[in-house]
Write a protein that binds this ligand. Structure first.
Ligand code: CUK
Ligand code: CUA
Length: 621
């Protein structure tokens, strides 16, 4: 049924494209308003047709959007732009009990916030394979979400030596690595003191490869490369022609401190780092480098061939590799062009030692030798995404617009204003080796009153753009919690999430599947409660401990029916977990106050959901 409705939606969309073309032709002589909200009625009808997903139909795409400093990932359907679910990653989320049960609490550690920037879907041969979603976070962490159940399964870090992990979590074309880089240089290892006056010499940057296990997706710290104290910004993995390389943009190559908006904007060009990650992998495997903070750190001065610098003007932000891997697009946010570097030319320059100098022993390639073209996209270019047939789309922060252009022709084809102040943009399968085109989402930084007023704390705006025609067109607005940085859009039929956890897969040592097996056991002051949740009761319905006991409650939801979730809210003990069908979750706490504490099901589950309750009694010492 799922597949049929997806096919139906896709067909209907194709119809919408035809209708849209007709409207374009007939509306050409009408005066064009820059504000799509005031577009004429037929334009609006055509746009509505393209985003409408009828009741019961399914969107043909998922969009995974970063939740910025909310620490979460938001899941949207495209083109409807409906928010479908939230995946808690770095922040507790009572709606699903994340951060309350023992396992997720342990994953979060001492940090209850994270700043998510770049979701990165796992890839096979440069195509999204629908297995995992990796997301980075500024406190030096990367998380893995399993797309089989849309749950966070691993949080790696804080990784030693990496301070402000922004240039992450871009994965390589066969998910060999997810990338990491330090936005803020510090003296390493962490904990080392050096006065800020010593910034240029004693502070260090790091770019790193985090190894991904090809079977399990489990991440482990791979290798790190020591760099001068530049601020590493964005990254992207090489693919096809440039497979085996990683790229990161930088700013503050001035190595300045103080008011960076002035001090770090002095040079005409900063750098893009080009890293031969297979060489780094080999050097690490050969035991080169030194252990710093428990990680193998490679010094590019001592190990030539690891790292080269491409000059890129000015204070570049995004660096994006074209679908064929032949071009590396660097966008200098303080200029009006985006630069395409040729991977072939980079290789030739390396071979011919076509260098203009070095930075702490790292060769700087000659700009004129590696540059393929400068594309006059407009003011404040940030990020580039790709469509089929060499189409490229660059976000323009200062212009508040998206420019489309073509690889190889290096000419702007169209430009569309967005509302307002665009950061990233995301195109359907837009950084795979075979982008879909069709849709692009502008992830704007300011919503600027385009929604019902909600007070000073305003959401951000995302706008769906039709890129199926040469002339781009805004179709609809949607809003998101702060702060959408990057997002990725994947064909919906690549994901086949489970709807219940099959009973036979539940290997939790405290799971019980029969109400006969529930009960309370005690070992000294440690109490273990094995509990079952099933419509519409908890078993046991009451249990008792002594004040001061350490209590572990293991709750198994023995339902095998779709959507039959149960919650366990325990009053006065700051506890709410939600247990999915077939899942076992544990909560451990000290019963540090005596009295009678009701617990109840927080997730509406049946007509008798309200009756699903019990009492936890704590006898005074
Ligand atoms: S960054 Cu936010 S607009 Cu963190 Cu990828 Cu460019
Ligand atoms: Cu179980 Cu409500």
């Amino acid at each position: 049924m799922t597949r049929r409705s997806t096919a139906r939606t896709t067909r209907r969309l194709a119809g919408g494209v035809l209708l849209f073309t007709g409207v374009l032709l007939t509306s050409q002589c009408a005066p064009r308003s820059p504000d799509s909200a005031r577009a004429n009625a037929s334009d609006a009808a055509a746009a509505a047709q393209k985003v409408y997903v009828a009741p019961g139909d399914l969107d043909p795409y998922y969009m995974f959007a970063s939740g910025g400093h909310s620490g979460q990932v938001y899941v949207y359907g495209l083109p409807s732009m409906r928010h479908i679910t939230t995946i808690p990653v770095f922040t507790p989320y009572p709606a699903t009990g994340y951060g309350f049960d023992d396992e997720s609490k342990k994953m979060l550690g001492n940090l209850t916030w994270g700043d998510v920037h770049h979701p990165s879907l796992s890839e096979t041969n440069g195509e999204y394979d629908g297995r995992w979603l990796f997301v980075n976070e500024m406190n030096g962490r990367v998380a893995r979400i399993d797309l089989r159940d849309f749950k966070t399964k691993q949080i790696l870090g804080p990784v030693p030596n990496v301070s402000g992990n922004h240039g992450s979590a871009f994965v390589t074309p066969n998910s060999e690595y997810t990338m990491m880089a330090s936005r803020f240089s510090i003296p390493i290892p962490k904990g080392t003191y050096a006065s800020v006056d010593k910034y240029a010499t004693d502070y260090k940057g790091v770019v790193a490869g985090i190894k991904i296990d090809p079977k399990s997706g489990e991440m482990s710290v791979g290798w790190q490369i020591l760099t001068p104290p530049f601020d590493w910004d964005l990254g992207d993995a090489g693919k096809k022609a440039s497979d085996g390389w990683m790229f990161w943009s930088s700013y503050n190559t001035e190595r300045a401190t103080g008011k960076l908006e002035v001090t770090a904007s002095q040079r005409d060009r900063d750098y893009i780092a080009a890293v031969d990650w297979r060489a780094a992998e080999k050097a690490a495997a050969d035991g080169k480098g030194t252990m710093i903070g428990g990680v193998r750190v490679l010094d590019p001065k001592a190990i030539p061939g690891l790292l080269y610098l491409l000059p890129c003007g000015k204070s570049p932000h995004g660096v994006d590799v074209s679908p064929d891997g032949k071009y590396i697009i660097g966008s200098g946010k303080l200029q009006s062009v985006t630069v395409a570097f040729s991977f072939d030319k980079i290789q030739a320059a390396i071979k011919n030692k076509d260098f203009t100098g070095d930075e702490d022993g790292i060769p700087v390639l000659k700009y004129e030798s590696v540059k393929e073209a400068e594309v006059p996209v407009g003011l404040g270019p940030l990020h580039t995404q790709f469509g089929p047939d060499g189409m490229a789309y660059t976000s323009l922060f200062v212009d508040s617009a998206v420019a489309s252009w073509k690889l190889g022709q290096w000419q702007v084809i169209d430009k569309i204003p967005v509302s307002y102040a665009i950061g990233h943009l995301s195109a359907a399968e837009g950084d795979t080796v075979s982008p879909d085109g069709v849709f692009l989402v502008a992830l704007n930084k300011l919503s600027h009153g385009r929604h019902l007023p909600v007070g000073p704390s305003q959401p951000e705006a995302s706008q769906l753009v039709d890129i199926s025609q040469e002339k781009m067109k805004i179709l609809t607005d949607a809003f998101t919690e702060p702060e959408p940085h990057y997002a990725q859009i994947i064909k919906a039929d690549k994901l086949k999430p489970v709807e219940v956890y099959p009973k036979e897969e539940n290997t939790h040592p405290l799971a019980v599947w029969d109400v006969k097996d529930v009960g309370v056991t005690r070992q000294g002051s440690k109490v273990t409660v094995k509990m079952v949740a099933v419509r519409s009761a908890f078993y046991p319905q009451t249990f008792e401990v002594n004040e001061g006991d350490t209590v572990t409650i293991a709750i198994t939801n023995i339902e095998q029916t779709t959507d039959e979730l149960h919650g366990f809210g325990l009053l006065d003990y700051n506890t709410n977990v939600v247990i999915d069908p077939g899942e076992t979750k544990t909560i451990t706490f000290v019963a540090n106050k005596h009295g009678v504490f009701p617990y109840y099901c927080t997730n509406f589950c049946s007509a008798l959901h309200q009756e699903m309750q019990g009492y936890f009694t704590v006898k005074p010492r």
